[in-house]
Design a protein around this ligand. Sequence first.
Ligand SMILES: Nc1ncnc2c1ncn2[C@@H]1O[C@H](COP(=O)(O)OP(=O)(O)O)[C@@H](O)[C@H]1O
Ligand SMILES: [Mg+2]
Length: 259
Amino acid sequence: MVDTIAIASGKGGVGKTSLAVNCAVKLCLDKKRVALLDADFGLANAHIMLDQKVSASISDLLDGTGKIDKLIHDTPSGLKLIPGGSGVLELMNIDSKKRWEVIKSLDYIENEIDFLFVDTPAGASDSSVEFAAACDKIIIVLVGEPTSFMDAYAFIKALNFEKKVERVSIVVNMAKDAKDANNSFKSFQKIVSQFLDVELINLGWLPNSKLVAGSILTRKPFILNSNGDAQLNARLSEIVTNTERVQSFQTNSVRFFDK
Ligand SMILES: Nc1ncnc2c1ncn2[C@@H]1O[C@H](COP(=O)(O)OP(=O)(O)O)[C@@H](O)[C@H]1O
Ligand SMILES: [Mg+2]
C-alpha cells in the first residue's frame, strides 16, 4: 500500500517545498519508489528545485487535453514528479470536483510507488485542507515565529473542524539547534492543546543552513550534494524515519488511492 504524506504549513515561505523534495529524494536513495505531487497549483515550483523542464502540467489533465501518464516526469534520482503548473491563474481556484479528479488520476501509479508526497499550497484554503486530509499523514512545517505559529494553528483548526483530523506531525525548520527546535515545538504544542483535541507528533527539525538556499539556486536537492552538511542530512534522515513510523489519522475526507 502506498504511504501518502502531505507537507503543509499555513504560512508560505517556511520550507515546505524544499522539505518535500528532499524527503522524497532521500527515500529514493533508500531504494524506495516515490512520487511527488506538486499541489501548489498555479504557483508550483517543485520542478524548479528538481531542475525539470515541464511541458505538460496538471492543467492539461483538468481541461482533458492530457492524461496523467504524460504528466509524470522521471527525475535522475528516480523520483516521479507530477508538476502543478506555474503562472496558470485559473489553476489557483480549482473546485472540489476538480480536486477529486486530480486525486483519482493518481490511481494510475498506485502499483508503481511506495510513497506519495503532496506539496500543498500555503494558507488554510479548501484546496490545502482537502489535499492534506486526502493523505495518510500530514506534516506541518513550522518556523519559530509568531506568524508561523498563528497560520499553522489556523490550518490545524480547519483540518480538525472540517475533516475531523486528530493527529498531525510537526517539523521545525530553520532552527538554531535542537534546543531551539524543541522549544518551538513545545510552545506550539501548548497553544494547540489549549484549544484543540489534536495530537501533535514531533518529527524532528532542520537547521538554518546556507546549503538549503544554495541547493535551490543550483536546482539540486541538498540531500544529493556530495559535499553536503552532515548535520543537515542527519536531521533530514531522522525526519524521514520518524515519518515512516507515524500512524495514519482517521478522517471523513476523500483519500488518495481510495483508502
Ligand atoms: N533549513 C533552511 N535553511 C535556510 N533556508 C531555508 C531552509 N528551508 C528553506 N529555506 C529557504 O526558504 C525559502 C522558501 O523555501 P520553500 O521550500 O520554497 O518554502 P515554501 O514551499 O514553504 O514556500 C527558500 O529560499 C529556501 O532557500
Ligand atoms: Mg512551496
